[in-house]
Ligand binder design. Structure first.
Ligand code: ARG
Length: 477
């Protein structure tokens, strides 16, 4: 088969080179974006008079037929056709002859592939944003039912201060909200059109880059052809956004794996989301969170992979860039697969009220509340810290709790202590004492829940299809 670029060549390409250089095995998924880009390009070519309206009509109809073949899985792939761009163009030429040969006017695969990837990333951002909103809804959705559950808060994985359970759920909502904001910001830089930068320098033909940008929902055409045909910053940025999502997913997973253990015993995971062991009959393993934690490595690896790919490249396009898609597709696919599972795990998990309550008064979760009680009675903070530290040491030695101490014992430690001290001792009292903005006590948490309910329209969690819409999506909730 003669190549689209075969004019200056006298030898056929070695089939091993074809196998080595192909990207169709991984860029075929760009087909809907490539077709959308080509339709916009054809419309523009007609509008500036480089092709006739009739030719534009034929090209668009031909591209629609090819889109249908992709959708029905009928499109035939051939290694010697290299990539998705050559596949679609050669199919168009096979159907339309010379009219098909006009499509690539004023365009190169370099601006074409950059356009396709940007359309793909924009679409992926919108999908991931919607999935993150679903995860947030799952967390917010369980806040009311868990509002009376007090959990230990940890630092250094040591019991620190108590918080209401929804305080944990909404902490994840905040993290995922920042992830959504980062994606929305990244989207602004994604949404600049490369199309018409051509190979690297633009073209002598009277193309209208503003028109193609507008037709494809981009905010504007990129200002410098050299820059945009070599730019993959947006891809590294996108993968970084995904990597922070992965950090949040992975530390959520780690926390719930711990909580699911016999040692913690805080959590029951739905049977449908756990698995057994082939040898130990008693086992129930938290495979889903474990694999969320494990798969996050692949998402994070995409950032160094892209940076290393990019760092030695002179301007403008270099074939190395073909490898960009492997990193980004993998990162996006894994992120989406984790996010799709999460809402059901989050909504389906149950806190083990009895087990949590049974050990809630272990670990001196009320020590800080006692210190703050002293501060309210005029004891300097550092002195209060010292006094309570000594009381904790005494309790530890005698296997007692702060609330078990008699008023005399407490007053011996500091005369400022009165009968009302028992209203802050004990974990439940300690959590009730938390009043500051953003804290884990009842009123501040109820206030957070109210805000989140307003922000997210709570709706039933439904599985999402793999939409490939190429129009700009909304960043709404
Ligand atoms: N398959 C190529 C890629 O993914 C498309 C661009 C090819 N451009 C070129 N000048 N050979 O980067």
């Amino acid at each position: 088969m003669s190549k689209a670029w075969g004019g200056r060549f006298s030898q056929a390409t070695d089939p091993r080179v074809e196998a080595f250089t192909e990207s169709i095995s991984f860029d075929a998924r760009l087909a809907p974006f490539d077709i959308a880009g080509s339709k916009a390009h054809a419309t523009m070519l007609a509008s500036v008079g480089l092709i006739s309206d009739a030719e534009r009509g034929q090209l668009i109809a031909g591209l629609d037929v090819i889109a249908g073949e992709f959708e029905r899985g009928e499109f035939e792939f051939k290694t010697e056709l290299e990539d998705i761009h050559m596949h679609i163009e050669s199919q168009l030429i096979a159907r339309l002859g010379d009219v098909g040969r006009k499509l690539h006017t004023g365009r190169s695969r370099n601006d074409q592939v950059a356009t396709d990837i940007k359309l793909y990333v924009r679409d992926a951002i919108d999908r991931i944003d919607a999935l993150l909103a679903d995860v947030q809804r799952a967390f917010v959705g369980r806040c009311d039912a868990d509002l009376d559950i007090v959990l230990p808060g940890y630092t250094h994985l040591q019991r620190a201060m108590p918080v209401l359970a929804p305080h944990y759920w909404l902490a994840y909502c905040e993290k995922f909200q920042r992830d959504r904001e980062r994606l929305a910001d990244c989207r602004k830089r994604v949404n600049i059109s490369p199309l018409g930068a051509a190979a690297l320098a633009g073209t002598s033909l009277p193309i209208d880059r503003h028109l193609t940008a507008k037709l494809l929902g981009f905010t504007e055409p990129a200002a410098n052809s050299l820059d945009v045909s070599s730019d993959r910053d947006f891809l590294a940025e996108f993968c970084f956004c995904l990597s922070l999502i992965a950090v949040h997913l992975s530390s959520w997973a780690e926390e719930w794996i711990l909580w699911f253990s016999t040692e913690f015993g805080f959590l029951r995971l739905p049977d449908a989301y756990t698995t057994g062991s082939s040898i130990m009959p008693q086992k129930r393993n938290p495979d889903v969170p474990e694999l969320v934690r494990g798969k996050s490595a692949r998402i994070m690896a995409s950032v160094p992979q892209l940076l290393i790919l990019l760092k030695g490249l002179p301007m403008a396009y270099n074939r190395d860039l073909q490898e960009d898609k492997l990193a980004a597709f993998n990162a996006a696919d894994v992120t989406i697969s984790c996010l799709e599972l999460l809402p059901n795990v989050v909504a389906g998990a149950e806190l083990n009220r009895e087990k949590i309550a049974a050990r809630l008064d272990d670990g001196f979760l009320d020590a800080t509340a006692l210190m703050e009680y002293l501060i309210k009675r005029g004891v300097p903070m550092r002195s209060g810290h010292e006094i309570v530290g000594k009381l904790v040491a005494k309790c530890e030695a005698e296997k007692r709790r702060l609330g078990d101490l008699s008023l005399d014992e407490l007053r011996e430690a500091d005369g400022a202590i009165d009968e009302d001290v028992y209203s802050v001792l004990g974990t439940n009292n300690a959590v009730a004492a938390l009043v500051s903005y953003g804290s884990g006590g009842k009123e501040p948490v109820e206030e957070q829940i109210r805000r989140w309910k307003e922000r997210l329209v709570l709706k039933r969690i439904a599985p999402r299809g793999n939409g490939t819409s190429t129009t700009s999506g909304s960043q709404g909730e």
